[in-house]
Structures are given as C-alpha cells and as structure tokens.
Design a protein around this ligand. Structure first.
Ligand SMILES: *Cc1c(COP(=O)(O)O)cnc(C)c1O
Length: 393
C-alpha cells in the first residue's frame, strides 16, 4: 500500500497469508519450529537442491556463506560493481576486501567474466555473482574460471528466486535453477522481493559440510535447537563454534510457504508485464532496455531502463514522480560510495555509465497493462519517437 498512483512494487498478499500467520499464533511456537522446517524442505524441493537453510535476512545469508566457506581477513572476493551493498559490506565486515569487477554492458548489467579474470590476484578466494533483475549471469564461463583458479562461487540470488539458467551445454534439458549453480547461494525475502515475508533470507547448497556449518553458525554454534529439546529429541547441547543468532521465525516461514506456492504464477505475471514494457520501449532510439533480447529464463524482479544520458534520466524521473509514478535506481556504482572509495579498483566504465542513467520502473505481479502504458506514455515525452505515443492512445 502506498500513496503512489503506480508504486514501484506491491505485495500479492491475501487471506492465505493471514490464515498462515493465525495458524502459527494459535500454535504458540514462534521461532524455528515446524514451519521453518517445512519451508526449508519445500524451498529445497522447488530448486532441486540438497540443503536450504532459512535465515533472518539476505545480508545474514551472505555473511554466513562467507564464514561457512572459511573466508578470512586478507582474502579478496571479486563481485560486481553494480549490486546492492550487502555482499560488499559483509566482506568488509569480516576483513575481506571486495574487488569490484565491471558489468558486461548496458544491455546485460551482470558481472563480466572477462573482467573477473582481470581482477584475480593471489589473494582471491571467491567470486560473488548477482543475477541482476532476475536474469542469470553467464554462469558457464564463470564456473570455468572458478574451476581453473580454484575459487569458490557464491550466487547472490536475491533477485532471482525461481529463475532457471539455460545453457546449451547443460546436461539438464530444462536447465538448472538459480541457487544451484555455485557452491552456495543467498536469497532475500525482504518486502519488495519476488517472494516476500517482510524480513527473511535463505542459503542453499549441495555440499553437506557447508550445510552443517551454516546451520551451526545460524544459531550460536549450538549442536541442538530449542525445538528439538522441546520435542524431547535432545536434552542438552554443546557449543562447537562461535556463531550468531540469524534464525528465521515461524511467522515468516509460514508466510514464505504461502508465497512460494504463488511464486511460479507471479513470476510469469511479471514476465507478461515485462513483455508489455519491452514492446513499448524497445523502439525508442537512444534508450536501452536491458535484457530485451535475453534468451534465458528470468525471475523478472526488476524492470530497468537506461536513459540516453544523466540529464534525460533526471527529467523523466521528475515527470514520472509528478504523475504519481514511483521509480528507483538499481544501483549506484559500489566503488563510488564514500565507504568504498578508498578501495582502489580498475576502470569500471560500463558500471558507471549504467549507474548514471538507469531507472527502475514499476513492476509487480498485480500490475495491469494499462498501468504499463501509462508509465511508457510519460517516457515518450522525452524521446524522439513521439509518434509512438499517438499510436498508443
Ligand atoms: C535485497 C538484497 C540483498 C539483501 O537482502 P536483505 O534481506 O535486505 O538483507 C542483497 N543482495 C541483493 C541483490 C538484494 O536485492
């Protein structure tokens, strides 16, 4: 809910979510119990991955992943310069240096495999990829680089729940789900994500030893959970490493289970809206519609549009705001934030170009094609192809 005529995103919440929360309240067991267990199991089945570990949020998922993988002070993690700040912040938080690699280009703002190779140093231990807007990165090339240099591969899959990576060399005829393509993957269930629980996150992995460490780190390094003790399956516990409290509660897990059931339908609704946007926006000369010719399978988390230049972006965003249409920027270039500026990074030409002209347009499963046309008609004001605007109305 918002005061915007067309908000950037909106929840698909209804009576199922209300009932799920009521069920938990009536059970009087509020954290890490049967709902969390069921959510983890259902999520793992959905992705076709061995382990799913629910956590407090996506940032906690990244933090735990770095720790479970044994990253240490002095190590370096290569990651895209266009990303939410969490992956870089969590690196710095454990004394690891984030090394920013450039994106491929305006049309494909995901990490450039060739630039990953350029960033590798003797201290490099890991690569983080981020499937921008829900579109899988060039994973075949990135997997090869990681194998060649002995690097661990982490997916920041916060945009891409339900996306599938299609690769001509993939053994699976339908491709593998995002979240199964590296050593470990991180998801967020923040309010504006495709699967929303308010706060919430999850880590997936096929590696048993990582899963065990993640479960321990999530809850103080304790060998048993209070739920197990409550059920009488255990009476005591040991602490075998120094962990955190990054647990998810039962209320959010119950919401997550309902949202997971809606995910496939809502992601395909998002796809329909993106196709409508693309139909109207791709003819605009000077503008770039990222991924408009993408052949793979996306979760369609964001509708990004790149203006011809910074000034045009400013004018368009202002006009949209006056019309009650909410927009955002995903994302500023990480290397240019005050807290990261001291880290030397090489030329990030494409990232900076993208960061200064990208606009994120409204996209949510319940959006109508009429709303898409309203957004596009305001953008036409700033394009040379004003004729199209007449066609539209
Ligand atoms: C949302 C998001 C995060 C952080 O998740 P939180 O649940 O908000 O901590 C990290 N990376 C990306 C790409 C995100 O979109």
């Amino acid at each position: 809910m918002s005061n915007w005529h067309i908000p950037l995103s909106d929840l698909d919440y209804g009576s199922e979510e209300t009932m799920a929360v009521q069920r938990v309240l009536q059970s009087k067991w509020l954290s890490m119990g049967p709902e969390v267990q069921a959510f983890e199991q259902e999520f793992a089945e959905f992705l076709g991955v061995k382990h799913a570990i629910a956590v407090a949020n996506g940032t906690a998922a990244l933090h735990l992943s770095y720790l479970a993988l044994g990253l240490e002070p002095g190590d370096e993690i290569i990651q895209p310069a266009i990303n939410f700040v969490a992956a870089a912040n969590m690196a710095v938080a454990i004394g690891v240096k984030p090394v920013f690699a450039d994106i491929i280009g305006l049309n494909e703002p995901t990490i450039d495999p060739a630039d990953i190779e350029r960033c590798i140093s003797p201290r490099t231990k890991a690569v983080v990829v981020m499937h921008y807007g829900g579109y899988p990165c060039r994973m075949a090339e990135i997997q090869t680089i990681c194998q060649q240099y002995g690097l661990v591969l982490i997916e920041d899959a916060c945009h891409a729940v339900g996306a599938r990576y299609l690769d001509s060399q993939a053994r699976e005829p339908h491709g593998n789900m995002v979240g199964t393509l590296g050593d470990i993957a991180c998801f967020s269930f923040f309010s504006n994500k495709n699967l929303a629980t308010g706060e919430g996150g999850l880590v997936t992995t096929n590696r048993d030893n990582l899963a065990e460490r993640l479960r321990l780190l999530r809850s103080h390094g304790m060998t048993t959970l209070s739920w197990e003790r409550h059920k009488g399956h255990a009476s005591s516990y040991d602490v075998i490493l120094h962990g955190y409290n990054y647990r998810l509660d039962e209320l959010r897990a119950a919401l997550g289970r309902v949202q997971l059931r809606k995910l496939k339908r809502n992601n395909s609704r998002r796809q329909q809206i993106v196709l409508a946007y693309q139909k109207h926006l791709t003819p605009l000369s000077g503008w770039t519609v990222p991924f408009w010719d993408y052949l793979g399978d996306s979760a369609h988390h964001l509708m990004a549009l790149v203006a011809p230049d910074r000034e045009t972006r400013t004018h368009v965003v202002k006009a949209l705001k006056q019309a009650g249409i909410q927009t955002s920027f995903h994302y500023p270039c990480l290397a240019d934030f005050t807290a990261f500026r001291h880290l030397t990074s090489h030329d990030l030409e494409q990232s900076r170009l993208f960061a200064q002209s990208v606009i994120t347009l409204p996209l949510f499963p319940t959006m109508t094609t009429d709303q898409v046309e309203q957004v596009c008609s305001h953008i036409y004001e700033f394009s040379s192809l004003t004729k199209l605007k007449d066609d539209l109305h």
